[in-house]
Design a protein around this ligand. Sequence first.
Ligand code: PLP
Length: 261
Amino acid sequence: MIANVLTIAGTDPSGGAGIQADIKTFSALGVYATSVITAVVAQNTQGVRSFVALEPQFVAEQIDAVFDDVRIDAVKIGMVANAAIAEAIAARLRHHRPHNIVLDPVMVAKSGHHLLDPEAVASVRDLLIPLATVITPNLPEAAVLLGIETSWSIAEMKERASDLARLGSEWVLIKGGHLAGTDQSVDFLHDGKNTIELSAPRISTDNDHGTGCTLSAAIAASLPSNDVPESVRRAKGYMHEALLASGKLDVGHGHGPLHHF
Ligand code: PLP
C-alpha cells in the first residue's frame, strides 16, 4: 500500500521550497502527498518578500479535514510562522496522534527573511519538538533552540546533539551544511544515547533553495517503511541526486531549486 504523507508548511510560488518542494519530493519518492498551508509566502529564488500567516483556527481546520478522512502515515512540519499556529498544530497533532513526525524548525530563509516570529521559538521548542520523531535543525537553528552563541565545529556539533535530544524529540539530526571550510557535509544523528555520523561530499552549486525542506520531506516519505537512521540515509541520498540534477533546470536568477525526479 502506498503511504500517505502530510506536509504542514508555508508556500513558495516559485516552486523551490516549502509546500511545493515537499509535494515534489513526496511524489518523486512514490508516496501520496497531502498538504496543510500555514502561510502564503511571496518569494522566488532571489528571496522572501513577505508572507501572510493564516488564522491558527483555519490551520487547525485543514489538519482536521485531512485526518478525519485520510490515514496519515507520516507528517512533516516546516514553516509554522508564529506561536499561535505552532500551538494549533501541536493541539491537533496531540489529538490525531500520527506515528511519524519530522520537524524542520524553520526560522530564517537564506535571504535573511524571518519565517518564524522570534517570539515563537519557545512554542516550537516546548510544544512541537516533544511530539517529533526527529528534528532536523541546521546550525543557526540549533543555536537558537539551545539559546547559545557559538562558532560551530564538528566536535561541538556532536556534543550539542545530546543537548538538543533533551528538548524531547526521539531523534535529532543536526546538519552541518553551514560549517565553513569543509569538503564534506557532516551531519550527526542522535537518539539520546547513540550518535551516528553521516557525511556526504559537499556539492558546489548555487541551486540550493529549499534543501532543508526537501531533506525533511524525504525523511518523512521514508519513515512509514524504514527506521529513522535508514530514512535519514535515504533522504540524504535523494538530496544528493536532486542537487546534482539541479543543473538541468533554468529557474530564476538567484538560488535555484533542486530537481526532483
Ligand atoms: N520558504 C519556505 C516556505 C520555507 O519553509 C523555507 C525553509 O524551510 C524556505 C523558504 C527557505 O528557503 P531557503 O532554502 O532558500 O532558505
